[in-house]
Design a protein around this ligand. Structure first.
Ligand SMILES: Cc1cc2nc3c(=O)[nH]c(=O)nc-3n(C[C@H](O)[C@H](O)[C@H](O)COP(=O)(O)OP(=O)(O)OC[C@H]3O[C@@H](n4cnc5c(N)ncnc54)[C@H](O)[C@@H]3O)c2cc1C
Length: 485
């Protein structure tokens, strides 16, 4: 794209959205060159900050007409480089459509247990807004104090309490979407079910490749009557893994079942998130049970007995809400705490059958040792959703190469164990090359065909989610009427 066209587009965007809604200076753009995964970087052409659906549709139409690639962005906490703006061809720049200014709770309907929000709303703000009436929004990624509901929809985000309550897809009832050609459509609805194809289901988890969500109708969940949070510590990590499987096999369904290894325990205890985790433990489990008061203590006793039967050294219940919050602050602040011990942190994401945790964890630590990388794990153990964390220095090319190699081997290990390459963070740019590990070409083609229906020019968030065989420019055949000139 010529510099002349770039300047013309930026000027037109400023004219329509206002000067304060378009960033195009090099220094400003650097803030948006990556998300929370710092290994993939690309400077955008511009970043726009729309305030309503019509502005989003205007921007999308203008860019589509000129064949300029673009991608939506929420808070940029993504851990698969999904919000990194890349073009259709190597070196080409794309425009970021940043949704942060569309951040309102538009409507709350307690009688029908739902709310309508804008996509830039920070996840935890919704729960805060409805807490006094005894409700919350159940999907709670550990990043919930900063990530947006739109980003959660695009990644089908999970979180500690998704073990019992289900991931984002189970809590989205309807979406208003600006399609990649600029039309505004509504998917799903406010009802319990909607007729026709499940396009809402297809959109959730599509990583910004099928359009931009501009309004989200979500399910609200009643806040449980009682919560019991246990901290169990183990001198052997395998014992902790076995306890996880045994708790679920016993028929208990904790609200959350999280594991933290000894490197993470040390990092947390050395940070402002210090939670009182025992420093000499090989691993800790946080087991949270919630529901009606009647019978909950019996369930907690059962979980405690199972932990002891599987080698726990101690199991204690948080004595009050302050202690419970402290235990969770340590877990949810774990990535931040790990971030303090090296210049960069690579948080990986994979999922394996729970029963395979002992052997897979052993394999993961062996890969860390083989590549001489400081590796730790903190993860949603109840659903086998692993997060191996690799601390490294991005200024050291050799170490960066070792991180990528180790990461690839971890993916293969998890797939060979019957798992998958992501439990919740999505594919993004980072894992696009790993998709053939789990899907054959016919299955990838079917996904691409669906994506092409929504995104016929291929301009919306190119390079993410599904590996394309064609560059987006080649897609324009048959869609010339949508393009200027
Ligand atoms: C400390 C930390 C802890 C985390 N813990 C968890 C966790 O427990 N569970 C979990 O699932 N993830 C977790 N994550 C990853 C991340 O927070 C989630 O993927 C989250 O959903 C990203 O939201 P975001 O607003 O930051 O989106 P971004 O990173 O800005 O974007 C993510 C993707 O969403 C797309 N997108 C953004 N807005 C829209 C929109 N309006 N319409 C369409 N597409 C859009 C983008 O194009 C991109 O592909 C964690 C990250 C960090 C840094």
């Amino acid at each position: 794209m010529s510099e002349q066209l770039e300047s013309k587009i930026v000027a037109r965007l400023r004219e329509i959205l206002g000067k304060d809604a378009v960033a195009a200076d090099h220094d400003e753009l650097m803030v948006y060159e990556c998300d929370a995964m710092t290994t993939h970087k690309s400077l955008p052409l511009a970043v726009v900050f729309p305030r309503n659906t019509e502005q989003v549709a205007f921007v999308v139409k203008l860019l589509a007409e000129h064949g300029i690639p673009f991608g939506p962005r929420g808070a940029g906490t993504g851990l698969s480089s999904g919000a990194v703006a890349v073009g259709c061809e190597k070196g080409e720049r794309a425009v970021i459509i940043e949704m942060a200014r569309m951040n309102k709770v538009l409507e709350v309907d307690y009688a029908n247990r739902r709310a309508v929000v804008q996509p830039g709303l920070i996840n935890v703000r919704l729960s805060q807004a409805v807490a006094a009436r005894g409700y919350h929004y159940a999907p709670d990624p550990s990043s919930q104090t900063s990530c947006t509901i739109g980003g959660n929809v695009a990644e089908n985000a999970g979180g500690p309490h998704c073990l019992k309550y289900g991931a984002t897809t189970n809590h989205i009832l309807g979406l208003e979407v600006v399609l990649p050609t600029g039309e505004i459509v509504n998917l799903g609805g406010a009802g319990a079910d909607s007729i026709g194809f499940d396009l809402l289901g297809a959109f959730v988890g599509s990583e910004g490749t099928m359009g931009i969500a501009t309004k989200v109708t979500v399910r609200l969940t009643r806040t449980p009557q009682m919560v019991i949070t246990l901290l169990a510590d183990f001198l052997d990590l395998n014992d902790a893994s076995r306890a996880v499987s045994a708790i679920i096999a016993a028929g208990l369904l904790p609200a959350a079942l999280e594991m933290i290894d000894k490197v993470v325990i040390a990092a947390v205890e050395d940070s402002i998130y210090a939670a009182g985790y025992p420093r000499d433990a090989a691993a800790c489990l946080i087991v949270e049970l919630d529901g009606l008061q009647a019978g909950l203590e019996t369930q907690a006793k059962r979980a405690t007995d199972i932990c002891f039967a599987n080698g726990a050294r101690s199991v204690r219940a948080a004595s009050d809400e302050t202690e419970r919050k402290k235990l969770w602050a340590g877990r949810k602040g774990a990535f931040g705490a790990l971030g303090r011990i090296s210049p960069d942190l690579f948080v990986q994401d994979a999922v394996v059958p729970r029963t395979k945790l002992p052997e897979v964890l052993a394999g993961i630590y062996a890969i860390g040792a083989k590549y001489n990388i400081r590796l730790s794990t903190v993860f949603h153990a109840g659903d086998g959703n692993l997060h191996p964390n690799l601390n490294f220095d991005g200024r050291d090319p050799d170490e960066v190469a070792r991180v990528h190699q180790a990461s690839k081997e971890i993916m293969k290990l998890c797939v060979d164990a019957g798992g998958s390459i992501s439990g919740e963070h999505g594919v993004g740019l980072d894992k696009i090359g790993y998709m053939p590990m789990i899907f054959d070409q016919a299955s990838l083609d079917a996904m691409l065909a669906v994506k092409d229906v929504f995104n016929p020019l291929g301009l919306c968030n190119p390079g993410k989610a599904v590996p394309a065989q064609k560059m987006c420019r080649e897609h324009k055949k048959g869609f010339e009427h949508l393009l200027a000139n």
